[in-house]
Design a binder for this molecule. Structure first.
Ligand SMILES: Nc1ncnc2c1ncn2[C@@H]1O[C@H](COP(=O)(O)OP(=O)(O)OP(=O)(O)O)[C@@H](O)[C@H]1O
Ligand SMILES: [Mg+2]
Length: 273
């Protein structure tokens, strides 16, 4: 059996770098020869736009089509929803029809595991699957968490809301208890770190407040216009500004992601010193 690792990139706070990080981590893993599938699980379709599909609402085959198929027990044989990106990974786009699917899930049996059921039909072709979540803790995010092995949590460096983190951790715990016992927090990492951010203090504060429950990754992502530019550049940071500090940071983050779930992994308490 393939040893696929499935990650949900989640934080219910908006604009913290989920989509940007999903793209850059995915491109980085692909550059290392991994077979990667990125899933846009946000009806805003931001990841799909970044990946070159500027008008996701005009697409027919998206994540909502396949979730719909699972809900109505239609068998999926070919997979036209999966597209190939020139940077060497596959992806599934999303658009606003995913909102309707999310609302419709209320009346569905096993409504928390529709995405997992779909993923089980395709994930053996991949080493890594990364799901870009919408900024909420609603049913789509619950579906992503139910399908995931690990959650990656980007946190905006200047804004650490303890309440948000507590809510996210509680959601992860209740999903672990009720639906997906294998789910773990792969790590929290800081994004949009400016010259003036006291990175160490924010990292320390995450660690103090959540203790051993949440590993804080060593890498933090700098705030730079070069990263803001990739949403329209049709390139990940590795092609857009390969020698810049953001490419270096995502390269380091990719190495940490590769370590998640391996025995060599440093214990959370030892990180970030
Ligand atoms: N490190 C960074 N430095 C500067 N700008 C960034 C950085 N990371 C992301 N951005 C920009 O910040 C905005 C929010 O980023 P992104 O869309 O990745 O966040 P998100 O968490 O996916 O947002 P949402 O919650 O709306 O889905 C985008 O305009 C993006 O280009
Ligand atoms: Mg996003």
């Amino acid at each position: 059996m393939a040893d696929t690792k499935v990650f949900a990139v989640a934080n219910q706070k908006g604009g913290v770098g989920k989509s940007t990080s999903t793209y850059c981590i995915g491109a980085g893993l692909a550059a290392k020869g991994k077979r990667v599938l990125l899933i846009d699980a946000d009806p805003q379709g931001d990841l799909s736009k970044m990946l070159g599909l500027r008008q996701p609402n005009q697409l027919n085959m998206t994540l909502s089509s396949v979730m719909d198929a699972v809900v109505s027990n239609r068998e999926l044989t070919r997979h036209p929803e999966i597209r190939h990106h020139k940077e060497g990974f596959d992806f599934i786009p999303a658009n606003r029809s995913l909102s309707a699917v999310e609302i419709g899930l209320v009346n569905v049996m096993s409504r928390e595991t529709v995405l997992r059921e779909y993923l089980n039909t395709v994930k053996s072709d991949y080493d890594y699957v990364l799901m870009d979540c919408r900024p909420s803790l609603g049913m789509l995010v619950i579906n992503a968490l139910s399908a995931a092995d690990y959650v990656l949590v980007p946190v905006q460096a200047d804004y650490l809301a303890a309440e948000d983190m507590t809510e996210l951790v509680n959601t992860v715990q209740s999903i672990r208890r009720q639906i997906n016992p294998g789910l773990q927090i792969g790590g929290v990492f800081l994004t949009m770190v400016s010259e003036t951010t006291f990175r160490r203090e924010v990292a320390e504060s995450v660690r103090n407040q959540f203790g051993k429950r949440i590993p804080v990754l060593r890498t933090s992502i700098p705030a730079t216009v070069r990263l803001a530019e990739i949403s329209t550049a049709d390139k990940s940071i590795f092609l857009h500004d390969p020698r810049g500090k953001a490419a270096q940071a995502y390269e380091n983050l990719v190495k940490e992601v590769l370590n998640i779930g391996t025995k060599e992994r440093v214990r959370p308490a030892d990180l970030g010193r």
